[in-house]
Ligand binder design. Structure first.
Ligand code: LLP
Length: 435
């Protein structure tokens, strides 16, 4: 996080507190969450997208990246709305006191129970993703005697990943209604025909960890063309448009994300330009960043357990540093071949650096936390290692593989630490095992 720095003794501090002290009570592995950093990133999106008086933007924090009651509260306090995609996430949001009207509900296969609870709670918008679901939401709303606002998730035919995007190829995936096949227009028409539904607008999400706005540009052009067609052919001027999340962050020093204000300016220019060209009013706009808000605000701290040197072809060696967590607390390296960095967090070292691979304690060789990092050659059992930028899709995709106990989240603010999610216990696990 922006507040993480080392003191003269090489001890890493987060939010002004020494990492060894922070983990002394909770043990490792542990996630450290810098509350001020999280709030600053949330505000940077909210303020960055609120700079033009003539264009209205809402920012929905994507809870799938990481959600707990404290975080849901911070999100609301910083003036952001919240995107949830399951009954569990909705329950956390409501428990935190989130105004249901400021919640958007996603998912390609929400259950009938989830829809009933969402409509009953009064969520501001449900993003519908299939013809079956349109009927299902309409039925639930009718039964409950309410009109439910929905958005139609469309596939713009753009799939963006990191530095590249492919426009046209990526219709072959499970999300959304295809614009090019006509399904998206048909879905909008069916929602308009349902008396228990109100069509609030179109929704498009093109991918994640994106650095280049050209993907949003192509998507916005196609989605706005559909928006204009719905106005012309169905007489419905939709009040909203959501362009999804996906803003990239720096996992290693090579990545260079744009500031939210810069993204806001570019995307606003794209949308307003396109609306002018189509002769339609600019709708209320929204985005859904998850990773870019929580990712850099959290790091994971591990204790080194064993160190092993392995000979590589050609005579070089690689130092395998095993830590007390792994793919159960950060699946991203194993699943996506993701790049992370790490640092010795508990002391200084003058030892020459060695090429190290930080691995977990799980029973498979793909259990890697950091593929390649130079660590001091005297790295040894008992040392603490910190991995930055683990806030997004780390704890939220953690598992109990090998009956691992999912680590705690310690929030740090103003020189004080508070456990906002405690470590699981063996009793937590055994509670579901009925013998
Ligand atoms: N909105 C929608 C509809 C989404 O599906 C997602 C992410 C977001 C917003 C937030 O995207 P973000 O700003 O966080 O990139 N587990 C993967 C990422 C999956 C993203 C799924 N959808 C990972 O660890 O990279």
């Amino acid at each position: 996080s922006s507040s993480a720095r080392k003191d003269d003794d090489g001890v890493l501090h987060v939010g002004g507190l020494a990492v060894p002290d922070l983990v002394a009570n909770v043990n490792t592995p542990a996630y450290l969450l810098d509350e001020d950093d999280f709030r600053a990133r949330a505000r940077a999106f909210r303020d960055g997208f609120a700079r033009r008086e003539d264009v209205h933007w809402d920012v929905y924090y994507a809870g799938k990246a990481f959600l707990c009651t404290a975080v849901a509260r911070w999100v609301a306090e910083e003036g952001l709305c919240l995107d949830v995609c399951s009954d569990g996430e909705l329950t956390v949001a409501l428990r935190a006191g989130t105004d249901p009207a400021r919640i958007g509900y996603h998912g390609n296969n929400k259950t009938a129970m989830e829809l009933r609870r969402a409509v009953d709670a009064g969520v501001g918008r449900i993003i519908v993703d299939s013809f079956h679901e349109i009927e299902r939401v309409a039925d639930v709303a009718r039964q409950l005697g309410v009109t439910q606002a929905v958005m139609v998730r469309v596939t713009a035919g753009v799939e963006a990943h990191t530095h590249e995007f492919i426009a046209t190829a990526h219709e072959d995936q499970k999300f959304g209604f295809s614009i090019s096949s006509g399904d998206a227009f048909e879905a909008a028409s069916r929602v308009l025909a349902e008396t228990s539904l109100e069509l609030r607008g179109l929704h498009s999400h093109i991918g994640s960890q994106i650095f280049d706005t050209s993907g949003w540009e192509v998507a916005a052009r196609r989605v706005l063309a559909l928006h204009a067609r719905i106005a012309t052919e169905r007489g419905a001027v939709l009040p909203e448009l959501d362009l999804g999340g996906g803003f990239g962050i720096a996992y290693t020093t090579q990545d260079d994300p744009a500031a939210p204000a810069t993204l806001a300016e570019e995307i606003t220019r794209i949308v307003t330009g396109e609306c002018a060209a189509l002769g339609v009013d600019v709708p209320h706009l929204s985005i859904e960043p998850g990773r870019a808000i929580v990712g850099p605000a959290m790091c994971t701290v591990y204790t080194v357990g064993t160190v092993k040197e392995v000979a590589l072809d050609g005579g070089a060696t690689r130092t395998y540093v095993s830590v007390d967590g792994g793919m159960s607390d950060n699946l991203r390296t194993a699943l996506y071949d993701a790049d992370y960095s790490c640092t010795l967090a508990s002391r200084a070292s003058a030892a020459a650096p060695v090429l190290a691979r930080v691995v977990g304690k799980h029973c498979e060789s793909g259990d890697i936390v950091v593929k390649d990092e130079f660590l001091p050659g005297d790295i040894a059992p008992g040392d603490l290692v910190a991995v930055p930028a683990t806030g997004a899709y780390g704890r939220s995709m953690a598992s109990n593989y090998n009956h691992a106990l999912r680590p705690p989240v310690v929030a740090v603010k103003d020189g004080a630490a508070r456990v906002v999610v405690r470590r699981e216990t063996v009793d937590d696990l055994l509670a579901t095992d009925l013998g």
